[in-house]
Design a protein around this ligand. Structure first.
Ligand code: AMP
Length: 438
């Protein structure tokens, strides 16, 4: 299915093109038609599945289509309640991106910052309000906000609201919403209390569900390389000497980074290409078909660009940069090891990325095994507590060999390295099995 099949209006189609979205994610495919049909929705999905666009796109479309009938001052017609400031900001950015060619206005409010700028934004008139519960109630109690005109209400991450102790605040907000409205309820899990809340506020909802993201991680061998930012490219070239890596999808966080990696690899004699939003549709298509046809062994991509691509028989995924959203890690590595095939995911982690690594470990409920025996270790020794900071590391970064640029392995050296790598890998897999929590 493509976005064209979803009957989206032209300004939104255009915005999705700019975003580089090629096809809807499963939750979008299911949820968008339901919402456009003005039905209540119960969505079981977590961050990383594309759920924000699943509700933002149809809401923008409904509001856009209704706008011509509006008279008088702009009133808040949509309320999105979300538990954290970060999520609120991200949702605001999504509305800005998908609604860039519409005249729909939105603003974001959350606690922990002065309220003045938020009040100013509200005064200037908005169609969509994205809020965390505490600040919303605060501003409602001070009469800066009323919710009389709300037609669309989204409760995002309901289970997290419960975890964070916001459920009573959420209930207070709901009591002040008009009864006549369309409600979209999203939660990654459905504990009893959340189910009860959902039943009490949804009217004949349709349910959409996408598989929990963390389960994909179980089918892939995952290995971690602690390496400094500067050494990542040398390590990558090193690893790619292994002919077992038949086809590798390499992820970088930025478009710039993707280009740089592809360039470095080409220089090192490894055929590679990069795809990302700044490349023309044609160039992306060409790189992808070359990769699929095995004309190039390595494709470097940003997360957004990689979303739309579907490649079978991918032997390796390499996280050149760790993603700052842990669910993205699971999505990335889920691209290998599909349909029972074995897949391997290598992840590079530099000092600044250790915090992302923690989040990933928390999500997948295990620690990724570390490969200590490689040419460019960040710090020798044990990373069991990867919390190590600059201050408590013994000697700072261990430099890579001075002649690293000129490194040319003899075939014997490569064999030895491969053997040791494989040995390490099988030990790591054993370790992984041992540390895997039930
Ligand atoms: P979310 O689950 O809403 O947090 O979305 C996760 C990420 O996926 C965000 O960075 C979105 O920009 C991106 N995204 C959402 N839908 C699509 C799509 N159809 N194609 C490509 N990227 C998408």
């Amino acid at each position: 299915m493509s976005f064209k099949d979803l009957d989206l209006i032209e300004p939104i189609q255009r915005a999705l093109n700019v975003e580089g979205y090629e096809k809807p994610t499963p939750i979008q495919e299911q949820a968008i038609p339901i919402i456009l049909n003005r039905k209540d929705l119960l969505g079981c999905a977590q961050t990383g599945t594309g759920k924000t666009a699943a509700f933002a796109i149809p809401i923008l479309q409904l509001l856009h289509n209704e706008q011509s009938k509006e008279t008088g001052a702009r009133r808040i017609k949509t309320l999105i309640l979300t538990p954290t400031r970060e999520l609120a900001i991200q949702i605001g950015e999504s509305f800005a991106a998908y609604g860039r060619y519409t005249k729909i206005k939105h603003t974001v409010i959350f606690g922990g910052v002065p309220q003045r700028a938020q009040i100013e934004a509200l005064r200037s008139g908005v169609d969509i309000l994205i809020a965390t519960p505490g600040r919303l109630l605060d501003l409602m109690n001070q009469k800066f906000i009323n919710l009389f005109s709300i037609r669309y209400f989204v409760l995002d991450e309901a289970d997290r609201m419960l975890d964070m102790g916001f459920v009573n605040d959420v209930k207070k907000v709901i009591q002040r919403l008009p009864v006549q409205r369309q409600t979209l309820f999203f939660s990654a899990t459905m504990p009893a209390e959340i189910n009860k809340l959902a039943n009490s506020i949804l009217v004949n909802p349709l349910k959409v569900e996408v598989t929990p993201v963390s389960s994909t991680a179980d089918t892939v061998d995952q290995l971690l390389y602690m390496v400094s930012k500067q050494d990542k490219r040398f390590l990558l070239v090193d690893l790619l000497q292994d002919p077992k890596i038949e086809s590798a999808l390499i992820f970088t966080r930025t478009k710039h980074g993707a280009d740089r990696v592809a360039r470095d690899l080409t220089k090192a004699g490894i055929r590679a290409d990069a795809i990302h939003g700044n490349k023309s549709q044609n160039a992306r298509q060409k790189a992808l078909s070359n990769f699929k046809a095995k004309k190039i062994r390595v494709l470097v991509a940003t997360d957004i660009a990689a979303r739309g691509i579907d490649v079978d028989n991918l032997s390796h995924v390499i996280n050149y940069d760790l993603p700052n959203i842990p669910e993205t890690y699971v999505h990335r590595i889920g691209r290998t090891g599909r349909a029972g095939a074995t897949g391997t995911a290598f992840s590079f982690c530099d000092e600044e990325e250790i915090k992302y690594l923690h989040d990933i470990h928390k999500l997948i409920a295990r620690k990724i095994s570390i490969v200590e025996d490689h040419q460019y270790p960040l710090v020798k020794g044990n990373y069991a507590g990867q919390e190590r900071t600059k201050e408590n590391r013994p000697n700072g970064r261990v430099s890579a060999p001075a002649n690293r640029n000129k490194r040319n392995y003899t075939s014997k050296e490569i064999d030895i390295k491969k053997e040791s790598h494989l040995r390490e890998k099988s030990q790591n897999i054993e370790k992984l099995t041992l540390i895997k929590r039930n």
